[in-house]
Design a protein around this ligand. Structure first.
Ligand SMILES: Nc1ncnc2c1ncn2[C@@H]1O[C@H](COP(=O)(O)OP(=O)(O)OP(=O)(O)O)[C@@H](O)[C@H]1O
Length: 325
C-alpha cells in the first residue's frame, strides 16, 4: 500500500546576517543553506497494517507524512501510496487517503459538526442517504450522538477529536495518516480513540501510519514501528525488537529471605542496587534463563520480577546518545 525507496527531502533556506547591513547584503547576494530533513529512507507497508512512526522533535516525521500525503514533492527517491504518486494529488488518490492531525482541525468552530459533515460529504460526491448512513455508523462506533448537533466550540477536546475522526473517515479512505491523534486528551479519551482505531482497522482493513508521543498509543495499536532520527531510518520492526536493540540487558529484581552482601552476587550480572532484602541485577538477555535458574538455586527467593527498562526511557536514551551508536 505504501512503498518508499531511498526517499529524501532537502529544504533550501536563505540565510541572512543580522542587522541592516546584513539585510542589504542579503538583497544583492543571497546565501542559501540546505537542510536534509529526510535522508534516503526505504520502507514498505502492506494493506491493513498499523505502523507506528516514532522519532524525536525535528527527526523528519512531519516531512515524511507531507511527502506521503502529497503536500510536498520529494527531492529524490521513489514513492507510491495506494498505487499513486502522491505529489500529483490526483482526485482518485485524495479519495483514498486521509490525514488527521491532533493539533489541527478541519471542522468549523461555530457550526454543529453535522453541518460540516454534510458539506464534506457533498465535496466528496457522496449521495445524501449514503452520507447519513456512514455518519450514523461512524457515530455509533465513536459513541457520538447529540454532540454532532452542538457547535464544535461547545464540545470537549475528546469529543472534538472524535468528530474530527468521523469527518476524516467519511469518504472511506484506504490509508489513514494519523499525526498525534490523541494529543492533549485525558487518559480515558486516549483509550477510547485507540479502541476506535483498532476496531476501525479490524472492520475495514484500512492501513494506518501513526505518529504519537504517547507510547500507550504505539504499544496498544502498532505491532510494527518505524523509528526515524536525524532524517534516517534507525529501526523497522516490532517494539520488542527495538527494545532488544536498545537494551541488551534485562532487569531482574529479587526479594530474598536473608540479607546478603554484594560479593554473593558476583558472576550473576551487574548489580544495579542492593538494599536490605532487595537486589536488582542487570543480566544480558542471551544468558537470562540460565542465570535466573542459577540464582533461584543459590538463594532463597521470596519474590522475583524480570522486566525490560521502559521503552520511553530507552528511546529517550537513544536520542540523547545517538552519536555514540
Ligand atoms: N519548510 C521547511 N523549511 C526548512 N526546514 C524545514 C521545513 N520543515 C521542516 N524543516 C526542518 O526539517 C527537519 C525535520 O522537521 P520535521 O518537521 O519533519 O520533524 P518532525 O519529526 O515532524 O518533528 P516534530 O516532532 O517536532 O514535529 C527539522 O530540522 C526542521 O527544522
Amino acid at each position: 500500500m505504501i512503498n518508499a525507496e531511498e526517499l529524501s527531502k532537502t529544504y533550501r533556506i536563505s540565510e541572512k546576517q543580522p542587522g541592516f547591513a546584513g539585510t542589504l547584503r542579503h538583497l544583492v547576494q543571497r546565501k542559501h543553506r540546505e537542510i536534509t530533513a529526510v535522508n534516503k529512507i526505504s520502507f514498505c507497508i502492506e494493506p491493513g497494517e498499523i505502523v507506528g512512526f516514532l522519532g524525536p522533535n525535528g527527526a523528519g516525521k512531519t516531512t515524511t507524512l507531507k511527502m506521503l500525503t502529497g503536500l510536498i514533492h520529494p527531492t529524490s527517491g521513489k514513492l507510491s501510496v495506494a498505487g499513486h504518486k502522491p505529489w500529483q494529488r490526483k482526485a482518485r488518490f485524495l479519495g483514498q487517503i486521509t490525514l488527521v492531525m491532533g493539533n489541527r482541525q478541519q471542522l468549523l468552530w461555530d457550526l454543529p459538526a453535522l453541518d460540516s459533515l454534510k458539506v464534506n460529504a457533498a465535496v466528496y460526491g457522496i449521495p445524501e442517504k449514503e452520507a447519513q448512513r456512514r455518519i450514523n455508523e461512524l457515530a455509533e462506533m465513536l459513541e457520538l450522538g447529540e454532540e454532532l448537533l452542538r457547535p464544535l466550540r461547545k464540545l470537549s477536546l475528546g469529543q472534538r477529536m472524535k468528530t474530527e475522526l468521523l469527518a476524516a473517515l467519511l469518504h472511506q479512505p484506504a490509508v489513514l495518516f494519523l499525526d498525534e491523534p490523541t494529543l492533549g486528551l485525558d487518559v480515558n479519551a486516549q483509550v477510547r480513540v485507540r479502541e476506535f482505531l483498532a476496531d476501525y482497522n479490524k472492520r475495514t482493513g484500512a492501513t494506518m501510519l501513526l505518529t504519537s508521543h504517547y507510547m500507550g498509543d504505539i504499544t496498544t495499536l502498532c505491532p510494527r514501528v518505524l523509528l526515524i532520527h536525524q532524517g534516517e531510518l534507525f529501526h523497522d520492526g516490532s517494539l520488542s525488537e527495538l527494545t532488544q536493540k536498545l537494551a541488551p540487558c534485562s532487569q531482574v529484581r529479587m526479594e530474598l529471605s536473608k540479607i546478603h552482601s554484594i560479593e554473593d552476587f558476583r558472576g550473576y550480572g551487574d548489580i544495579h542496587s542492593l538494599e536490605g532484602h532487595q537486589v536488582q541485577l542487570l543480566i544480558p538477555r542471551a544468558e537470562l534463563s540460565e542465570r535466573v535458574a542459577a540464582l533461584l538455586k543459590r538463594f532463597e527467593v521470596v519474590d522475583l520480577e524480570v522486566s525490560a527498562p521502559p521503552i520511553e526511557e530507552l528511546i529517550g536514551g537513544l536520542f540523547r546518545h545517538r552519536d555514540k551508536l
